[in-house]
Write a protein that binds this ligand. Structure first.
Ligand code: GLU
Length: 506
């Protein structure tokens, strides 16, 4: 069998949607599982939709995701170039080939004429389809005489080249995920293969390139399923071997209603792009997983489950990329749409954050602290990280979870204060101050022992001491073990915080 070769073939028309990243990931996993090649091809034949920066964005995304391509722009293999705009000269010969074999024809219908046909049909409640049933009544090389055609060509009249889809043929196709798909070719329209601007359309360029690039498996989103008949017919028309096709299930909105779109992202409160994207025209910014603080491992793990699982009985959810490569197969990709679940993505992110080294996290937290003009030693921050990490999903959560390790509260949460700070509290707090003052070994354990012993000796409820003490240290009723906090900030700070609370909460 020939070497497995797959390609990811995005069009640089804007930022890559997270669904596109899933397509790239599944291609990557399939290639690596089968010791194959993962090719990146930039499909930029439609100049009108070209967006500045989109190609860089795609490449940066694949790099960030750790799913590098083996061949692609600036990583030339034997079948480049890998940007279709750099290959444009080669497509003409293939269009000519189809013209010569009678599988394609010139069509001279002007855009205005076509619009008129469409409107005319609409008025009658019909849809205009350019194909076998009307092609002989339209302005093309099948309907016109050879002489007329030559004249139009000689006069440089604009034309397109259309595929002549076969009539009355039952087309049997095979999809690796969906099984056999049968269609009646009479429903197909004669798609444009070559445009009047001298550029091939997606369909022609895509087939020619997949062939020339020796692609063995075409793995792409379900939205391309309607193009499959044309693509299969094109392979036949050229007399080429058809690659295997696999159409990945749609990614649905979290509600399950409809396809997750580019516009859903910030509207629904979660990113739909891997990286932040600034629209070059409007300067609008769309959020990205990277900038929101997700690690690529979490995003890859989440995406892998959008339409795939290892199979019945498998409850494993956490997969490294290497594990995904080992476990992946197209047989276990589902046909049905996969619901996007932002909460699950956070769950993965929470998991992967816990896996990170405390020291690395501490270094990142130090930067955040530095931005707030807070100085702290790396071991101190590392200890804080160790204590609060479990409650965090992102490094950016650290401050909210641990600011009191670095700065004293400036105010007290009202509700908590009302509940915790009673008439006798200042007196109790004065006693705690004395106790702290006299505690030589300011470790978490000793502090806990001393305070608890004092409470027991005084025969007062724990809450009466612990709650106001937490309020004094933190400003509200949150945070990890109180004695860890007191021990960490040290005697002087702890006493100052009690004094401040007594003064403020009168
Ligand atoms: N250029 C197409 C896209 O933007 C490629 C579709 C395919 O993989 O055939 O997704």
């Amino acid at each position: 069998m020939s070497k497995v070769r797959v390609r990811f073939a995005p069009s640089p028309t804007g930022p890559l949607h997270i669904g596109g990243v899933r397509t790239a990931l599944f291609n990557y996993l399939f290639a690596k599982k089968n010791d194959g090649d993962f090719v990146l091809r930039i499909e930029d034949t439609d100049q009108t939709r070209y967006v500045e920066g989109a190609e860089d964005y795609i490449i940066e995304t694949l790099n960030w995701c750790n799913i590098p391509f083996d061949e692609g722009p600036e990583k030339e293999g034997n079948v480049g170039p890998y940007r279709q705009s750099e290959r444009k000269d080669l497509y003409t010969a293939y269009a000519d080939n189809l013209l010569a074999s009678g599988n394609a024809y010139y069509a001279f219908d002007t855009p205005d004429e076509l619009t008129a046909h469409r409107k005319d049909h609409e008025a009658k409640g019909k849809t205009f389809i350019y194909n076998w049933h009307n092609r002989l009544k339209l302005s093309n090389s099948l309907a016109l005489s050879e002489e007329e055609v030559q004249k139009k060509l000689a006069n440089n009249e604009p034309y397109v080249i259309r595929f002549k889809s076969p009539q009355d043929e039952a087309l049997k196709m095979q999809d690796e995920i969906r099984g056999e798909i049968d269609i009646d070719t009479n429903i197909l329209d004669d798609k444009v293969l070559f445009k009047s601007d001298g550029m091939p359309t997606y369909h022609l360029a895509n087939i020619v390139d997949d062939h020339l690039m020796k692609i063995t498996h075409v793995i792409r989103g379900e939205e391309w399923l309607p193009s499959m008949p044309l693509h299969v017919l094109l392979y036949k028309a050229f007399g080429w071997e058809t690659p295997k096709f696999a159409h990945l299930p749609l990614i649905l909105k979290p509600t399950g209603k409809g396809k997750l779109s580019k516009r859903d992202g910030d509207k629904m409160g979660f990113p739909v792009f891997p990286l932040e994207w600034k629209d070059p025209k409007t300067s609008d910014i769309a959020s990205g997983y990277r900038e929101e603080g997700y690690v690529p491992e979490a995003v890859m793990n989440m995406l892998a489950f959008l339409g795939w699982n290892e199979g019945e009985g498998s409850e494993k959810e956490i997969y490294s990329l290497d594990e995904l490569i080992k476990a992946f197969s197209l047989e276990h990709v589902s046909k049905g749409g996969a619901k996007f679940d932002p909460e699950k993505t956070k769950w993965f992110q929470h998991h992967y954050l816990q896996e990170e080294e405390n020291l690395d996290l501490a270094k990142r937290y130090l930067q955040i602290l530095a931005e707030k003009n807070i100085e702290a030693s790396l071991p101190y921050v590392e200890e804080v990280v160790k204590t609060i990490k479990e409650r965090a999903t992102f490094v950016n959560d650290f401050w909210e979870l641990s600011s009191f390790y670095f700065v004293a509260p400036e105010s007290f949460e009202k509700k908590a204060a009302k509940k915790a700070w009673k008439e006798q509290t200042p007196e109790i707090m004065e006693n705690i101050k004395i106790l702290l003052q006299g505690t030589e070994d300011f470790s978490q354990e000793t502090l806990q022992e001393n305070v608890k012993k004092w409470i027991t000796d005084q025969e007062i409820g724990f809450g009466k001491v612990m709650q106001p003490l937490r309020l004094a240290m933190v400003g509200e009723m949150k945070g990890p073990d109180l004695f860890h906090i007191i021990s960490s900030i040290g005697k002087e700070n702890a006493i100052q915080r009690i004094d401040f609370a007594i003064a403020e909460l009168r």
